[in-house]
Design a protein around this ligand. Sequence first.
Ligand code: BG6
Length: 590
Amino acid sequence: MCGIFGYVGKKNASQVILEGLKRLEYRGYDSWGIAVAAEEILVNKKVGAIGDLNRLSGLPEARVGIGHTRWATHGGITQNNAHPHFSSDEGFILAQNGIVENYQSLKEMLEKKGYNFTTQTDTEVIVRLIESKLKLLKNLKESIRTAFLELKGRNTIIVLTKDSQIIAVRNGSPLVVGISPDSQEYFFSSDTLSFAPFARKIVVIDNGQMIFYQSGRLDLYDVSKNSKLPYRFENISIKNSKVDKEGYDHFMIKEIHDTPYVINQLISQRIDDYSKFAKDLKQANNVYTIGSGTAGIAAAQIAFYLRVFAKISATNLIGADAHEYYDLITKDDLIIAPSQSGETADVLEVLEILRNKGVKIASYVNMLGSTMTRLSDYSFLTQAGPEICVMSTKVFTSQISWGYLVSKIASGKGEEALEDLTILAQTIEKFLNTESNHQNIKEIAKKLSRKKDIFLLGKYQNFNIVKEGMVKIIEGSYIHAHGIPSGDLKHYAITLMDKGVPVIVAVSNDQAKFDVMNAVSQVRTRGAEVVGISAAENDNFDFFIKVPDTGETSAIMNIIPLQLLAYYMAVELGHNVDKPRNIAKSVTVK
Ligand code: BG6
């Protein structure tokens, strides 16, 4: 997944684009590039992240330009492979977000026509394909449109022409256009957040649509029919679109500290907004939840809460592995997708197929105007504010809190859940504001940072929580971690228990407590070093992180120390906390 950005307006285009790309770096930061139209097209491309915003774009003042921040899929991380890519005559330049699945066959066809390639990217294939059309059609917009129709896969492209036109086409990877009417500025981007402080209105470009800007006009086309489409700008008001660390060392720790605010955002939503949804939930034949990565674990916890508190037969699916369910899910079923970006390709593919079958879709998304939101029959917004750290924390906590609330509403106990969540938010706030908790967790993190393998034990409401702890530790410290259902320990994982092996356990005062503590004593007798996350101390804990007992929301409380552990481990190891290696915030390609 990459980030694309375009600008037209009175400001210095390259600087506006640089700032926009900076806000899109969560989508990839292997390299970046900016191009502006100033008589001719001038471009500047660099390997690596943009880094300090004070850096200059290295380009002259101009009013129109495009930019790209890359997460390499085809072709190494080199300046030559960085986007945007020039046409041979430098009449236009193009950036892409996505993967051209048929780029090999297109490349062979173009090579036979005499085109040479100077990069290993699939992007360059799009450029040469457009050129080959332009030779015949003599019209760049038409050449872009017809070339785009030959691309297979989920792609969004943005093109800057020498005549200061911007043409962008979408199929899959997100594309939003922002406008600031009073300052006559236009923004083209992969997400709304990247221009939120400047734009007042947006229009979301749908799959199969092309947006064309020239000399103050913006026209929308249906790509396959080549017909003009009406469109309307929606007002946006992203309350807190501020993207800065607010004095914290990293976005991750700031976003963990945002958790009480985020839960209060959830609580402020009106219960009766959920009544129809709750009714459909209960009437559905089957309920499914689906997500990828951390959101996939949130989906599992939402399904858990639906089963336990609403007695709804809910099954969770992992985004990339739901295909075997396509024939089983019918229009009498309902599927729920928690998602930070609302653009995860694996999940979107499933939702688009199920939508065509008439399956009811509900989404819980943090990004305004996302594809998942627009695909949904019920689109709930997390309103957690920007989550910049690639490792999801506050949004995950919001997703599972939402699952708890929805499940309780469906069982007629919505008010009780609001009270529980209010207490939970206060309890988390107190926990986070108690310095000794951070000191204690920091000490434990230091020890864990030196380990090669880390195991986590959990059961019932805490199993998904320790799985998410596993994900956070892997993402932040690059150490192998393994979340084990405590009931399975004696069936395989116990062989791994040995002197000094670290085992983190999250336990609540629930029906699983006895079994979990049984498993703890079994690993301890084999020499394991146990980190206990619990309301009560225990002789079998070598290290103890005390958490208040928050009753039915105990599992949500337990994720906070796990997120802090992962954070302090990443800091201890000197890793790039907010941008861990190889992963990106939103995977909009398959
Ligand atoms: C991964 C992110 O790339 O995508 C995870 O690193 C995230 O944090 C997952 O949970 C799914 O993304 P989204 O936007 O659907 O929550």
